[in-house]
Ligand binder design. Structure first.
Ligand code: SF4
Ligand code: SF4
Length: 76
């Protein structure tokens, strides 16, 4: 079974809200804390609801979201 790693690079994010708008599971919200550039970045408010569809990743104009898939190591 695959596991996924989801990261938002807060300091690349300009808080445009596109990812929040397109997420089909309403996982993302805009933070109330500013990042290094003075923007309010997106974050996963409900990570347990994420289905790793990558829509947010594709839509982000600043390539701030990364989703990687890691295959679990076989049991030894
Ligand atoms: S991968 Fe899909 S479900 Fe998960 S936060 Fe992004 S848009 Fe939402
Ligand atoms: S689409 Fe990208 S830049 Fe815009 S709020 Fe989401 S992570 Fe930040």
């Amino acid at each position: 079974m695959a596991t996924y790693c989801y990261t938002i690079d807060e300091d690349r994010c300009k808080g445009c809200g596109l990812c929040v708008a397109v997420c089909p599971k309403k996982v993302l919200e805009i933070s109330s804390k500013v990042n290094a550039k003075g923007y309010f970045p997106a974050y996963q408010a409900r990570p347990e609801d994420c289905i790793y569809c990558t829509t947010c990743c594709i839509m982000c104009p600043d390539v701030a979201i990364t989703i990687t898939q890691e295959d679990e190591a076989p049991a030894s």
